[in-house]
Write a protein that binds this ligand. Structure first.
Ligand SMILES: [Zn+2]
Length: 96
């Protein structure tokens, strides 16, 4: 093994698999965020990673905010971040 090789170089894990695992880690941390605020920096780090690295695919969805009112939200179907949270990054492809 070359000393400059990273773990990523020697295993055949794809970029999409990495993003998926980061998403899983974010979802796990979400379950315990309310129990310990010290977890938040790790959670935010994973969010920032997804914002930058996910190949975002924005879709529209309707949610009922009241029995009479429906609101349309736009979010990434891969990482579930809202479009408004990922607008800073330019790799967004919209399918609306
Ligand atoms: Zn995304």
């Amino acid at each position: 093994m070359n000393e400059e090789e990273t773990l990523l170089d020697i295993c055949s894990i794809s970029k999409e698999q990495i993003i998926f695992r980061v998403l899983c880690a974010k979802n796990y941390l979400e379950q315990v965020l309310s129990y310990d605020v010290d977890i938040f920096p790790f959670y935010k780090g994973l969010m920032d990673y997804l914002k930058e690295k996910c190949p975002h695919k924005i879709i529209n969805d309707s949610i009922d905010t009241t029995p009479e009112k429906t609101t349309t939200i736009r979010y990434c179907s891969y990482c579930y971040l809202r479009e408004t949270d990922i607008l800073d990054f330019s790799n967004v492809s919209s399918v609306s």
